[in-house]
Design a protein around this ligand. Structure first.
Ligand code: R5P
Length: 306
């Protein structure tokens, strides 16, 4: 046995789908909390000589980061030849510069923490805004996948005559790619953010596309304010409430109610478990896991003294 996949709590379904795709067996990790909230981690599967992978989406990262780091170290100490992290949603990408004096550069520090325990990272549509590449902050092998083709396939299968709309300039990359894939027009609004839950969205004129079904596309739904505001700007132009299509549905407190109040239906990938999940990432992630292992093994062989 040369490879084994592990799941952190809450990631079991995706880990199973990835393991099926990759042809890797699933190993067993016990992870629980002591009464004082410290983490308990125990490995129950032999990993000597194995390439190991841990599936852990990093929504709500503070609650799980320590047990994840403990698990990675434990696998290595137990003889795993490499340890990869598969984090479909990668956290701590927003603070990619110090916006105000005295702020912590958490994107870099988080990247250093993960790079210190893992050999490789596989993720989907990380929030690369001021960084162009994860390699700018991660010192390990990284694979950044995009869910755009899968989101586009969902649109193709479920929506006739769509109009793809990005709520802000950063969403152009998803809105443009999906629109091109399905052969639909797209528009991109302008957003200014005044606070965590305070955004202004300036819509463009959509009059030329009346009769089409509006689909708002973004990488992340967090507080929901970006998409709810964009949805209202679409509805006042005489369109039905849009479908909100996103890669990562974080759904911070109040987000679901906000979108429901605007009349929107959310559709997301399963990067973060949620009732809106309709696009499966398991096959894509599983195939990438196998490919990345080949890269890591080649690196290891190059480093092994003859
Ligand atoms: C920001 O640049 C992202 O692409 C999303 O638009 C943002 O994270 C959404 O956040 P919220 O749901 O809190 O408005």
């Amino acid at each position: 046995m040369t490879a084994m996949l592990f799941s952190m709590p809450g990631n079991e379904r995706l880990a199973r789908a990835m393991a099926d795709q990759a042809g890797w067996p699933l190993g067993e990790l016990d992870i629980r909390r002591f009464p004082d909230e410290e983490s308990y981690v125990r490995l129950r599967s032999p990993v000597t000589g194995c390439a190991a992978g841990i599936v852990c989406t990093l929504a709500r990262p503070d609650a799980q980061i320590l047990s994840l780091l403990f698990a990675a170290r434990l696998l290595r100490e137990s003889g795993a030849r490499s340890v990869q992290l598969i984090a479909p949603y990668l956290a701590y990408m927003r603070q990619d510069r110090r916006f105000h004096d005295g702020e912590a550069l958490t994107s870099r520090q988080f990247a250093q923490l993960l790079s210190s325990e893992f050999d490789g990272l596989i993720t989907v549509d990380p929030h690369l805004h001021r960084y162009q590449d994860l390699a700018q902050i991660y010192s390990i092998e990284t694979a950044s996948l995009t869910a755009s083709p899968l989101l586009a396939e969902w649109v193709q299968r479920h929506i006739d005559n769509p109009l793809i709309i990005g709520p802000d300039s950063e969403s152009e990359q998803w809105a443009g790619a999906i629109a091109a894939h399905v052969g639909a027009p797209h528009a991109v609004f302008t957003k200014s953010r005044r606070g965590d839950r305070d955004v202004l969205v300036a819509a463009s004129d959509l009059a030329a596309w009346h009769g089409r079904t509006p689909i708002l596309v973004d990488d992340v739904i967090s507080s929901g304010h970006t998409l709810a505001n964009a949805a209202r700007a679409i509805i006042v132009q005489g369109f039905p409430a849009p479908i909100c299509l996103a890669v990562h549905g974080l759904f911070a407190a109040g987000a679901e109610a906000l979108l429901a109040h605007a009349g929107c239906r959310a559709v997301t990938t399963d990067s973060i478990p949620h009732v809106s999940n309709a696009v499966d990432l398991g096959p894509l992630l599983g195939a990438t896991l196998v490919a990345q292992l080949t890269v890591l093994d080649a690196q290891r062989l190059r480093k092994t003294p003859k």
